[in-house]
Write a protein that binds this ligand. Structure first.
Ligand code: SF4
Length: 212
């Protein structure tokens, strides 16, 4: 099956399978909190971030408080998320930037990545979630599934994003990212993907999948 045919089937099946797919980070509808949560979500799960952020905001109260808090306190709070020193530094620098800019987030990827601690993944989350513009968020799930389903041969997030942008209709960029992410969490697990129970089993090329 050609890649474009596979994508057409996925575009049809995914909204039916995951009608409620969405961003899983908690942020009280506040863009600045989403930015901080997304920075914290690197190399860990959204659920783990959601367990930490309520305590973080309780302790620092707001963005300015986060920027001015003792480094050691922030490191202690984010410790369960791993990479705690760099994450603490990143969110405090981002908070300082936000404070200096009256907590107003810019609406383009190019501007967002100038904020300290903000990479392309975080910028795309903000574009899709806050500005409701089409965005492809290449996280660990989308990377893995795009490779297994042979939607790309690239492993670098920016190149995967570029490949998916060519394959997908723009209006589906954000929803496709969320839906494939849900499939990655529930079925196409990093270790031991449940291929025999997967609705894509018949047409999935299963690139680099070792089935036990
Ligand atoms: S068939 Fe297997 S590798 Fe392909 S999407 Fe499903 S679980 Fe993942």
């Amino acid at each position: 099956m050609r890649r474009t045919e596979r994508v057409a089937i996925l575009l049809e099946m995914l909204p039916v399978m995951y009608p409620n797919a969405r961003c899983l980070l908690d942020y009280d509808g506040k863009p600045e909190k989403l930015l901080i949560a997304t920075i914290l979500s690197a190399r860990t799960t959204d659920a783990a971030v959601n367990r930490v952020t309520p305590y973080l905001w309780k302790k620092v109260r707001n963005i300015e408080g986060l920027s001015q808090s003792r480094k050691e306190l922030i490191e202690e709070i984010v410790h369960p998320l791993g990479f705690f020193r760099s994450k603490a530094r990143s969110i405090q620098e981002a908070a300082a930037w936000l404070t200096a800019h009256k907590e107003t987030l810019p609406g383009t990827i190019d501007e967002l990545v100038t904020i300290p601690g903000v990479g392309r993944k975080t910028a795309n989350v903000i574009i899709g979630e806050v500005f409701q513009k089409p965005a492809i968020v290449v996280d660990t799930h989308l990377s893995r599934l795009s490779l297994r389903l042979d939607l790309t041969r690239n492993t670098q997030p920016q190149k995967i994003e570029a490949d998916l942008k060519i394959l997908l209709p723009k209006a589906r960029w954000t929803s496709f990212s969320h839906q494939l992410g849900f499939h990655g969490r529930q079925v196409c697990l990093s270790r031991n993907p449940k291929c025999s129970n997967c609705e894509f089993n018949e047409f999935c090329p299963k690139k680099d999948v070792t089935l036990s």
